[in-house]
Design a protein around this ligand. Structure first.
Ligand code: MD3
Ligand code: FE
Length: 203
């Protein structure tokens, strides 16, 4: 595994996972999941998304960007849950809070995320943190180039990934979600929270 990459299975206890799902239900009531489209061609994502935090990551025909409001309601994103902010401090040691908590919802066997890099941020010195909830999934981790080998890691509910150091800019994606492997979410599926620092912290 690349330098700075860490996988922490069972970081969230079953009780903490259930609590977090409840909190996310509240967030989704305020900021509903929506289906982004690809820049340019407008092809819909197979994953639904919403955000918490001062800046949300969005995609539409004009491009990828961070913005402070929900694209359909026009209101500010809800706050990042306190327990998630505490985990960021514990696991990253970064001297500023994360600004974006992107929440990805994978429903059905066809929901996937193609190989990509997280590169829309202004700063890359903070690690990216990911929390998996619900159905298990195959995560693929490549290197600095889109071509070349990838390693497959199964992510189970409660697993946290830390992508720091050289792994921060690595290509990655979700190639498969295994429906019916968890009963955490009503109606099944998988939720992923991705935490990122977007702007340079003010000294
Ligand atoms: C490795 N989400 O939202 S999280 C994303 O499970 C995203 O929904 C996937 O990739 C998901 O951008 C994977 C794990 C992840 C997130 C960011 C990374 C892995 C990463 C950044 C660098 C390297
Ligand atoms: Fe990503």
């Amino acid at each position: 595994m690349p330098d700075g990459f860490k996988i922490i299975p069972e970081y969230l206890s079953p009780a903490a996972q259930a609590d977090l799902v409840e909190t996310l239900r509240g967030i989704a009531a305020e900021a509903p999941f929506y289906r982004p489209v690809m820049p340019g061609n407008g092809q819909p994502f197979s994953v639904e998304m919403t955000n918490a935090g001062p800046l949300g990551w969005v995609s539409d025909r004009s491009g990828y960007r961070y913005q402070s409001t929900h694209p359909s309601t026009g209101t500010a994103w809800p706050s990042i849950p306190a327990g998630i902010l505490a985990a960021w401090d514990e696991l990253t040691g970064y001297p500023a809070a994360p600004e974006c908590c992107l929440i990805n919802l994978y429903r059905g066997e066809k929901a996937r995320m193609g190989l990509h890099r997280d590169a829309d941020e202004e700063v890359f010195d903070a690690p990216v943190l990911s929390f998996s909830l619900g159905d298990s999934a195959t995560f693929r981790l490549g290197g600095a180039s889109r071509r070349g080998p990838t390693k497959a890691v199964t992510l189970h509910s409660g697993t946290v990934l830390v992508m720091g150091g050289e792994s921060r800019m690595a290509y990655h994606g979700i190639s498969k979600v295994f429906s019916g492997t968890s009963r955490l979410l009503n109606g099944g599926g998988r939720l992923n929270l991705t935490l990122r620092r977007v702007t340079k912290p003010k000294p």
